[in-house]
Structure formats: structure tokens, C-alpha cells
Design a protein around this ligand. Structure first.
Ligand SMILES: Nc1nc2c(ncn2[C@@H]2O[C@H](COP(=O)(O)OP(=O)(O)O)[C@@H](O)[C@H]2O)c(=O)[nH]1
Ligand SMILES: [Mg+2]
Ligand SMILES: [Zn+2]
Length: 378
């Protein structure tokens, strides 16, 4: 990243005022909103700048995502614009929604309405763990169930070691949630209708996210397109776009599934078979000795079945995929890159700070959609 200047780049960024570090919280086309400390004199603690990438980064199509930690210069607090000069290395990246440097995934479920399903919660927990991220559980709509029922739900998952908080967005009862959000980059996951948008609104009413809307991939028309973005709430950053909308498991070795069920883990090394799937193997230590709630073991067997099927399919199609890749040779994507590069070289110098500020304002007020921005901002 830190290479010397080049024709087309602006001069030494240090000559252009202070360089500050920030986090990309939103991206529309080639405009990146970066949250960074505000000017001390202004008294504003945090500030969002609409940024472009420096010329060299545009040219090289340096991939910058929501969640990336970046350095910005050319700060213009009046027009709220700046220039991204450097991207820090990512700790991790979530593919859908594309967000970098995620600290935790909060699986949000409802205590009722929709009816609590341990299998659905277990599925989300397994998916999150497969992506290598820490999972925590938010049980919302606590106002709809008795204290006893809530205690049982919370207790059973806390006993497995997951952090669990109970909330009611309706009653603005979100103190527990605020505590686990502080200082973290979090992504909400979970079925629709459980109150994810309502919780974000309860944390910060200024967000005024739409509630009670079933998100549908078919419903993304020109003016309803949503983008992955991070909201600053409760001293942390939270993605408003739910992760894990595809509930199918990736190709994952079936014998590894047990490691994603914390109550099985201590017993797995004691199974006589090294690739024991804790199903019908004789003398299986997990089946015979681990204390597993029946509903959890049901989830396990169900997921195991799915993984076996996916794994078999993957094995039988590997050879086909390989030959198909060779034939296409990546020609289409190569052509696309060349085209973008040429357009950008031509357009990049025309993008002034003034223009960028206009774009930012229009985009923020919803006047532009991504296609229009694609035409304008490069
Ligand atoms: N009773 C009750 N209803 C809630 C609560 N949180 C959300 N709701 C309702 O549940 C529905 C779905 O909420 P929404 O935030 O859109 O869920 P999302 O699909 O997960 O974003 C809406 O009608 C909300 O008013 C809560 O804590 N208690
Ligand atoms: Mg929602
Ligand atoms: Zn076993």
C-alpha cells in the first residue's frame, strides 16, 4: 500500500494538511463515507467525510469495503469531503453483506412472533461459526413472553457459552444490547420479522429504519436498493444489512460439525474413531456421555444430513467445475477490468471536491441510486 508517488497522484499527502484514520461506513459506487475524528476546534467528536480514492487507487481498482480502516487526507470539513490515501490490512471480511473487520455477529431471534425456533437459531450459530466469527445471541420481543419462559431460553444458550442478551425494542429495553455493542463492529443476522430494524431504531431513533417490511431480493427496485452500511450506535458500529440471508451451509466436512456445538467439543477427542460423526458409530463418547439437549441434538443430526448431501454433491461436481473454468479462461472479467480502467483514467481528474460533495448530499437525500452514481462518479 505505502508505495511512492506516481504521475497522476496528488503530491505528497502530508503537504495537504493532516492525515487522519477512520472507518468506511458506507459506499455508493466510488464514493466512500469515512467516519473519522472531527476537528478538535469544532467540538464535533466524530465526522463523516464523503471520500474518493486517490488516483492511483482508482487506477489499480484497490478494493475498499465498508468496515475498512483507512487513512484520509485533504480534509474539507465545510463540504465534508476528503481523499482516501491508504487502506489498512483487513482482519477478516464477511462476503454477504461485504463488510470488513467484523468483530462479532449478533444472531437476533424473537422470543415469540415469530415463534422461537431453536433449530433456526442453531443454524445461524453454526453458519456464523463456520465463517470464523464470534457469535452472540439477542432474544428480542421479551415483552411477549413470561419471565420463566425467557429465563429458560436465555439460560439454555448461556450454558453453552454464548453471550445472550434479552431485549424489547418495543419497550426500548436495549441496555444489554448496548453493552455488547460498545467498541465493536457488529453485524446483525437472523430471520426477518424478529425486530432487527426496530432494535437499531430503539438504539438511535434518528436512524428511522423501516420496520415491519419483509426484505425481498425481488423487491430491490431502482429506488429501494439498499447498501451495506455501518451505523454508529452505542459506542460501536453496527451493520444494518442482515448477514447470512442464505441459510444453506457451505461445503464443510461433516465430521467437523461437532466442533461447532460447544457441548460436544470436550467429548470429541474421546471418540474411538478419529472421524466420528457422532451419529451411529459404536462407543461414540459424544452420544454416550455429553449432555446435549434433545432439541440441540436434533439440530445436529439435521445439519449433519445436509452437510453429507452438500459434500457428496461437491465431490461429484469438482471435475466439471474445473473444466468449465479452464474453458472460459476468465476472459469476461478481464475485459471488464480493462474497460473500467480506461474510463477511470479519463474521468478521474474531472471529479472535484465540489462535485463529490454534491453527490454525497444527493445520495444522502435519496435522489440518486447506484446506477446514476455509477454514471457520475468515477
Ligand atoms: N412486541 C414486540 N414487537 C416488536 C419488537 N420489536 C419489533 N417488533 C415488531 O416486529 C415487527 C418486525 O420488526 P422489524 O424491526 O421490521 O424486524 P426485522 O425484519 O428483523 O428488521 C414489527 O411489526 C415490529 O413493530 C418487540 O420488542 N416487541
Ligand atoms: Mg428489517
Ligand atoms: Zn463420536
Amino acid at each position: 500500500m505505502a508505495r511512492g508517488p506516481e504521475a497522476g497522484d496528488r503530491p505528497d499527502p502530508n503537504a495537504l494538511g493532516p492525515v487522519v484514520e477512520g472507518v468506511v461506513v458506507r459506499r455508493i459506487s466510488n464514493v466512500f463515507w469515512v467516519r473519522a475524528p472531527g476537528a478538535a476546534a469544532s467540538g464535533i467528536a466524530e465526522f463523516e467525510y464523503a471520500c474518493s480514492r486517490r488516483a492511483r487507487m482508482r487506477k489499480e481498482q484497490v478494493d475498499i469495503r465498508v468496515g475498512d480502516r483507512v487513512r484520509i487526507s485533504n480534509l474539507d470539513p465545510v463540504n465534508s469531503t476528503a481523499l482516501i490515501t491508504e487502506v489498512q490490512e483487513r482482519v477478516n471480511t464477511l462476503p454477504r453483506p461485504p463488510i470488513a473487520n467484523v468483530d462479532q455477529v449478533l444472531v437476533v431471534v424473537a422470543a415469540s412472533q415469530p415463534e422461537f425456533s431453536s433449530q433456526l437459531l442453531d443454524r445461524f450459530l453454526v453458519l456464523v461459526q463456520m465463517s470464523g466469527l464470534p457469535a452472540a445471541i439477542v432474544i428480542n420481543k421479551r415483552d411477549l413472553v413470561s419471565t420463566d419462559r425467557l429465563a429458560a431460553l436465555v439460560g439454555s444458550y448461556r450454558a453453552l457459552g454464548y453471550p445472550v442478551v434479552a431485549t424489547s425494542a418495543r419497550l426500548s429495553d436495549v441496555a444489554g444490547l448496548e453493552r455488547i455493542l460498545a467498541g465493536q463492529v457488529s453485524v446483525f443476522a437472523g430471520p426477518s420479522g424478529v425486530g432487527k430494524s426496530s432494535l437499531l431504531n430503539a438504539l438511535d431513533p434518528r436512524l428511522s429504519l423501516k420496520e415491519g417490511e419483509v426484505s425481498s431480493r425481488l423487491g430491490t427496485g431502482r429506488h429501494t436498493t439498499t447498501f451495506a452500511s455501518l451505523h454508529a450506535v452505542a459506542g460501536g458500529l453496527v451493520a444494518d444489512t442482515p448477514g447470512y440471508s442464505h441459510l444453506e451451509f457451505p461445503d464443510w466436512p461433516p465430521e467437523e460439525l461437532g466442533w461447532l456445538f460447544p457441548e460436544m467439543v470436550p467429548w470429541i477427542p474421546r471418540c474411538p474413531l478419529s472421524k466420528c460423526q457422532h451419529d451411529s458409530e459404536p462407543d461414540c463418547a459424544v452420544k454416550n456421555r455429553a449432555e446435549i439437549a434433545p432439541a440441540r441434538f436434533e439440530s445436529y443430526l439435521r445439519f449433519l444430513e445436509e452437510l453429507r448431501r452438500t459434500h457428496d454433491r461437491a465431490l461429484s461436481s469438482t471435475s466439471k467445475v474445473e473444466s468449465a473454468t479452464k474453458m472460459s479462461g476468465g476472459g469476461e472479467s478481464a475485459r471488464r477490468l480493462v474497460r473500467i480502467d480506461a474510463e477511470q483514467r479519463e474521468d478521474s481528474r474531472r471529479l472535484t471536491h465540489q462535485r463529490l460533495a454534491e453527490l454525497a448530499t444527493q445520495a444522502a437525500s435519496g435522489e440518486l441510486d447506484e446506477e446514476e452514481l455509477d454514471d457520475l462518479a468515477t
